[in-house]
Write a protein that binds this ligand. Structure first.
Ligand code: FAD
Ligand code: AMP
Length: 478
């Protein structure tokens, strides 16, 4: 007789493994199916995020930032660091070890919480059944009261730049380059393209980023995009906008990248090319013909705002559904859905999902941009505070960027926060919490921030909304 679970989760990325742990914590009999295997055929947990996404990319960004500091910035502090060198294989090995520890940790958490792991590929059948094609070749059909699909996403490949071992790489290949390329091409100036471009630019590569859109980071607040573009250019990233890649030629160990821009046909020769043109939902082999689960026109699984598909008892979360492809969005959806299955009235605040680019300085935001508010006809006020005026940022020699807070002109409620700064990824949480609690700019103005901290820039930006920042001239005309 087949086993029956309260919840079966398909996929053990940050959406799926979090959903499974939460469901098990709530006392639900829970299983998780994961098909990713390592070179030895052993199940790999953690999905894109832990294996080839958030964590390994941040490991490389951190190593290369330290190298850059030692190489370029220590001398400002009076520290002599001669013969600073980067051993790339050691950097990659450190990254791999972090990934190994973290993914192993998920297996431990599954055990501790009593989540049953099925190693194999899951397919949703009609009648809330999941067929598991196990790695050992056998097949089992498992019954469930509820199914949570968390199958994630895969990189988009484009015909002009087919992946080619060691030369044309997707984001996974980009994390395993074993020596610093002299010339590196990146297609796509999105989050992944800019992060990967930064890693190798810091190590000395000549990095050219080709971006089809005319506008740099059109998805972000204009002030952030402008500052980001200026600072990345200063760091040596050659970002070419309006440059659509049309083809590639390989000759020996070189790649000629052809693209068109406003001036016509162009080409550039590089030693490695990273394709970072986005990701798409991964649904191959996931849904049986009669499962009844509907996809939208872009291939995402259709869900409502509580991640319910059109089939009762079948939910979908994370990159495989609409919304930003972010690990924290996937995880929070996982928690929401597990809570709903347990009978809670859970709801997620989609207006309060932070986005971050981990370049240096980092870029981070939450809520509405000025452009969006203008388009919506909302009247707003803006407070901006530069890190160049922050004592702590000066002490840390990390003064690039600013915090920008936007509040409703009438109600003073915080509508958005956008920043560029050394630790923007940490600071943005303050704005997220404030917005989650429906705070006004005045609430932040009246909050005591420790001194000296870079967090004071958030306080000052809130004060600046009313022309009351202390450490910049911002008095409003009366
Ligand atoms: P995934 O992490 O893709 O996991 C899906 C899992 O499901 C996989 O393990 C897959 O093997 C499994 N699966 C699929 N189909 C089946 C099946 N039929 N049966 C069994 N198992 C199946 N996000 C951030 O928030 N911050 C960052 O800094 C960040 N950096 C990134 C850097 C890079 C280079 C990349 C590529 C991504 C980054 N992301 C980042 C995005 C983040 O990784 C994803 O948003 C996140 O992993 C999505 O989680 P998920 O659980 O929906 O899917
Ligand atoms: P993201 O989706 O944030 O990872 O960003 C991917 C970026 O790649 C987008 O800004 C796209 O405009 C860009 N892009 C997609 N196709 C091409 C192409 N053929 N040439 C150059 N840029 C591209």
């Amino acid at each position: 007789m087949s086993q029956k679970f309260d919840v079966i989760v398909i996929g053990a990325g940050p959406g799926g493994y979090v959903a499974a742990i939460r469901a098990a914590q709530l006392g639900l009999k829970t299983a998780c199916v994961e098909k990713w295997v390592d070179g030895k055929g052993k199940a790999v947990l953690g999905g894109t995020c832990l294996n080839v996404g958030c964590i390994p990319s941040k490991a490389l960004l951190d190593s290369t930032h330290k190298y850059h500091m030692a190489h370029e910035e220590f001398k400002i502090h009076g520290i002599t660091a001669n013969d600073v060198a980067m051993d790339v294989p050691t950097m990659i090995k450190r990254k791999d070890q972090i990934v190994k520890n973290l993914t192993g940790g998920i297996a431990g958490l599954f055990k501790a919480n009593g989540v049953t792991l099925f190693e194999g590929a899951g397919k949703v059948l009609a009648g809330k059944k999941v067929e598991v094609s196990k790695n050992d070749g056998s097949t089992e059909v498992v019954d469930a009261e509820n199914i949570i699909i968390a199958a994630g996403s895969v990189p988009v490949n484009i015909p002009p730049a087919p992946l080619t071992e060691g030369l044309i790489l997707d984001n996974e290949g980009a994390l395993n380059i074993s020596e610093t390329p002299k010339r590196l091409g990146v297609i796509g100036a999105g989050v992944i393209g800019l992060e990967m471009g930064s890693v190798w630019a810091r190590l000395g590569s000549d990095v050219i980023v080709l971006e089809a859109m005319e506008e740099f980071m059109g998805f972000a607040d204009k002030d952030v995009a402008k500052e980001g573009q200026k600072l990345l250019k200063k760091q040596g990233l050659d970002i070419r906008l309006g440059a659509r890649v049309t083809g590639t030629d390989i000759s020996g160990q070189e790649v000629t990248v052809k693209y068109t821009d406003g001036k016509g046909d162009q080409e550039v020769v590089v030693d490695k090319l990273i394709v970072a043109v986005g990701r798409r939902p991964y649904t191959e082999g996931l849904l049986a013909g009669d499962s009844g689960v509907e996809l939208d026109e872009r291939g995402f699984i259709s869900v409502d705002n509580q991640c319910r598909t059109n089939v009762p008892g079948v939910f979908a979360i994370g990159d495989v559904v609409r919304g930003p492809m972010l690990a924290h969005k996937a995880s929070e959806e996982g928690i929401m859905v597990a809570d709903i299955i347990h009978g809670h009235k859970a709801q997620m605040n989609y207006d309060c999902i932070p986005g971050i680019i981990y370049t240096h300085p980092e870029m981070a935001w939450v809520g509405k941009t000025e452009q969006q508010l203008k388009a919506e006809g909302v009247k707003y006020k803006v407070g901006k505070f530069p890190f160049a005026a922050s004592g702590r940022a000066m002490a840390s020699q990390d003064t690039d960027g600013f915090v920008k807070l936007i509040a409703d002109e009438e109600t003073d409620r915080i509508l958005g926060c956008h920043m560029v700064g050394g630790v923007a990824s940490e600071l943005i949480a303050q704005a997220v919490i404030a917005m989650e609690f429906g705070s006004s700019a005045e609430d932040l103005q009246l909050t005591v921030f420790a001194h000296p901290t870079v967090s004071e820039a958030v306080h000052e930006a809130a004060l600046a909304v009313d022309g009351h920042a202390i450490h910049v001239a911002n008095r409003k005309k009366r």
